[in-house]
Design a protein. Sequence first.
Length: 233
Amino acid sequence: MPFAGGMTAFPGGSVDPDDADATIGWVGPPAALWADSFGCSEPLARALVCAAVRETFEESGVLLAAADGVEVEVAETAEWEAERRALVQREHSLAELLTRRGLRLRADLLRPWAHWITPEDEPRRYDTRFFVAALPAGVAARDVSGEAEEAAWVPAADALAQNERGERPMFLPTLVTLTDITRFATVANVLAAAPPGRLETVQPRLEYTAEGEFVVMPDGSRWRPPIRLGRSR
């Protein structure tokens, strides 16, 4: 890809206009609470949650949605794969898919985790929210994305060790997120640790020294990622 080629990253992507469709059925914390976490308007908060659910379905085949009384819809049949591909190709929207299937988005399965903005002097600018979620019982992620060379489950500590050896390059937000997650013993602990209230915005700055280029975090810590944050390879 022109951007982030060769990098390990989480599923995700940009918010689409259709993600703001207010007709999407919804289970869980209302948009107002998500807006408080993200420090944004309710329509944008709703669109961010919908985008997270849509991108997770598009890139891993996991649909965080269900009919009343059902934990999560298992979307692994050929019929569902056709639905996923049609969503990727924008032949229908998430709202249209859920309405036709009688499903509601499960916002209760997600938690807000972090809010990152790229350094001011980077040519590619991103204002990104990160979520955490547990894979529901009976649901399996699949390697279905056309954007990745490889899709795999990797324990956070193992991924960090591979990065340290130069085997798994990552951008700083991925590194920091995985480092944060390794503090917890279980997925339930991660979900319980999701920050309450408004997320603190993390916007690093770039520092150039005789030793090289560093990304400096708001707390003063200095990181040297494999490539420049926000640069293509």
